[in-house]
Design a protein around this ligand. Structure first.
Ligand code: PMP
Length: 427
């Protein structure tokens, strides 16, 4: 048996007690393949959480591309390199006009930071609007606008947070149009309040799936209404695709395509290199060029030849293995199964999500929809003990989060559903 307690103690000592880990009994993983990971004692877990190994853990095509390029050439980004340029061309071709140029970075944080700089440069403003209960990164600015967990940084005077309507909790007789108007009214109020303090708007920074916020069912048209107000105020719409991108939703390559609005700037991360640290910003070439004249931006590791090879291989697998279609098809199967569980277990108040990204709300009573974070935490740990890895999100920490690698099959889905059924029955 592996001595996980000793390893945990060593980790606490050298990395601090707060370096976050999942589960009451942290999992000590040593290898992965497809949707499976294995711990130090050879026990296998179905991975229903990780979007970083987007096309599956250790996908041989990605591993081979990284290894081949690492054995050929890897260096910083200020040289000409065919694969780097070809990757930028292929990636930008998946976006609508005028999103036709890419800047590569190493993390979602760096991408969002650069996007804010681009938005501030283009708009001349400094104001930022984010959604309430969001997370966009760990730099000083992005930590300060983090609203989904406590941070020591004061919420900046140049920022405002707006609540995202959740049709499950906020409907109160409102139809979709009225819910959309509610969000738009909050955005307009934030713009006015910034203006009143002499701070012109630079950007609305949101993830159009509102993943960290708890993945509420999208209200048709509400992003469009909000973005119209932002544009009128001279601001830019930055869409954070760190979680929603690369076909996760099944319906489209990019989450924002569901909202019908083309962002001014898009940020990418997590799944982009299947675990290799590759991220980026997609924006009009004209903006990137003119910003580049005003400010030299370079990123030593961002989009180096090995990263570009990893990114290219991820796009190959998404295409070759039909992973958008897989996400749509298997996702529909998971959703139907979760809805069947909801009909049987009153503690499931709501099922939300699309493609291979789901949440279920755990509640203490159906009438009041009282969130039950303690039970949700218990369920996450019970699932871990039964060999299925998932986590939780949302304002009340009561939404089970399921977001497996995109190669998830219907058989994997059935195992997830049966295990969830078993855990719910054991409560
Ligand atoms: N944006 C969103 C929506 C995220 O969920 C995260 C990370 N969870 C980030 C940005 C930051 O990405 P990174 O950790 O790569 O800096």
């Amino acid at each position: 048996m592996s001595d996980d307690a000793a390893l945990l103690e060593r980790r606490f000592r050298v990395m601090g007690r707060n370096a976050p880990l999942f589960y009451d009994r942290p999992v000590h993983l040593v290898r992965g393949h497809g949707v499976w990971v294995e711990d130090a004692d050879g026990r296998r877990y179905l991975d229903v959480y990780n979007n970083v190994p987007h096309v599956g853990h250790c996908h041989p095509h990605v591993v081979e591309a990284i290894a081949r390029q690492a054995a050929t050439l890897n260096l910083h980004t200020r040289y000409l390199h065919e694969t780097v340029v070809a990757y930028a061309e292929r990636l930008t071709a998946t976006f609508a006009e005028p999103l036709d140029a890419a800047v590569f970075t190493c993390s979602g944080t760096e991408s969002n930071e650069l996007a804010l700089r681009l938005a501030r440069y283009r708009s001349g403003g400094r104001g930022i609007i984010v959604s309430d209960f969001s997370y966009h990164g760990n730099s000083e600015t992005l930590a300060a606008v983090t609203t989904c967990f406590p941070v020591p940084e004061p919420f900046p005077v140049f920022a405002r947070k707006v609540p995202v309507p959740d049709p499950y909790r906020d409907r109160q007789g409102r139809d979709d149009g009225a819910l959309g108007d509610l969000f738009a009214a909050k955005i307009a109020e934030a713009v006015r309040s910034l203006k009143a303090e002499g701070i012109p708007l630079a950007a609305l920074l949101i993830d159009t799936l509102f993943a960290n916020e708890g993945l509420p069912e999208p209200v048709p048209g509400y992003v469009a209404k909000a973005v119209a107000i932002v544009h009128e105020a001279g601001g830019q719409f930055i869409c954070d695709e760190v979680q929603a991108g690369f076909g996760r939703t099944g319906d489209a390559m990019w989450g924002h395509q569901l909202s019908g609005v083309t962002p001014d700037i898009v940020t990418l991360g997590k799944p982009m290199g299947n675990g290799h640290p590759l991220a980026g910003v997609i924006a009009p070439a004209e903006l990137i060029d003119s910003f580049g004249k005003a400010a030299t931006y370079f990123n030593t590791f961002g989009g180096n030849p090995v990263s570009a090879a990893a990114g290219m291989a991820v796009l190959d697998v998404i295409e070759d293995e039909g992973l958008l279609e897989n996400s749509r098809r298997v996702g529909a199967h998971v959703r139907a199964g979760l809805e069947r569980l909801m009909a049987r277990y009153p503690i499931i108040g709501n099922v939300r999500g699309r493609g291979l990204f789901f949440g279920i709300e755990i509640i203490a009573d159906a009438g009041e929809k009282t969130p039950d974070p303690a039970l949700t935490k218990r369920l996450v740990n019970m699932m871990r003990d039964r060999g299925v890895l998932l986590s939780r999100i949302g304002r009340y920490d009561n939404i089970l989060k399921m977001r497996p690698p995109m190669v998830f099959t219907t058989a994997d889905a059935d195992l997830l559903l049966a295990t969830l059924d078993n855990a719910l029955a054991a409560l």
